[in-house]
Design a protein around this ligand. Structure first.
Ligand code: SF4
Ligand code: SF4
Length: 178
């Protein structure tokens, strides 16, 4: 990712929300807790030696012109990301603003994303837990442990009507295909 991909006129100015909502394994920093190196609203106090994962992160507000100004993290209290190959939209909510994604103008857009993905889902990190949205369904994934992974199953393998579900399994079991 290069800064050249950033939507013209957008920047991280006055925002450090990703330094709060994202987990940074390299720093043993949990999701939803501000990084000890963060100067809130100003930037990173170890900028030149911040972990690569920090240096490479650009939220979707910076990258996507399809997201209007209402999605600016300092306004929405959410940080968005996107996993293109799985078509998974990730929403990290600020723990100080629980449920903000259920408010308008956000809810209608989130539901539309959940309805219109064929291969993915919307993943919402909120508090200590996570939710997945697909179609009209909401899946409470609970508080994920580090040794768990999220699985999306379109139901085609078990003959129960092609009903997509999203759930959590132990990483070892997933690797064994269980
Ligand atoms: S959430 Fe987005 S705009 Fe805010 S500091 Fe992080 S990358 Fe920049
Ligand atoms: S190391 Fe710097 S950029 Fe990374 S989370 Fe902490 S404050 Fe943010």
């Amino acid at each position: 990712m290069t800064p050249a991909a950033v939507v013209p006129g957008r920047s991280c100015e006055n925002c450090t929300l990703c330094c709060k909502v994202l987990g940074i394994p390299e720093l043993a920093k949990p999701r939803g807790q501000e990084c000890t190196f963060c100067d809130t609203g100003r930037g990173c106090t170890i900028y030149g030696r911040r972990p690569e994962v920090c240096a490479e992160f650009y939220c979707s507000f910076l990258l996507s012109p399809a997201l209007g100004e209402e999605w600016k993290p300092t306004t929405s209290h959410m940080v968005l990301g996107y996993i293109a190959d799985a078509d998974v939209i990730i929403i990290y909510t600020d723990p100080d603003h629980p449920g903000v994604w259920r408010q308008e103008p956000y809810l209608a857009r989130v539901k539309k994303w959940a309805r219109t993905t064929d291969t993915g889902y919307v993943l919402i990190w909120e508090g200590k837990g996570a939710l997945a949205l697909h179609g009209e369904d909401e899946f409470d994934l609970g508080a994920l442990r580090d040794d768990q992974v999220i699985v999306r199953d379109d139901g085609r393998g078990d003959g129960i009507g092609n009903k997509t579900t999203v759930y959590v399994v132990d990483r070892d079991a997933a690797a064994r295909g269980e």
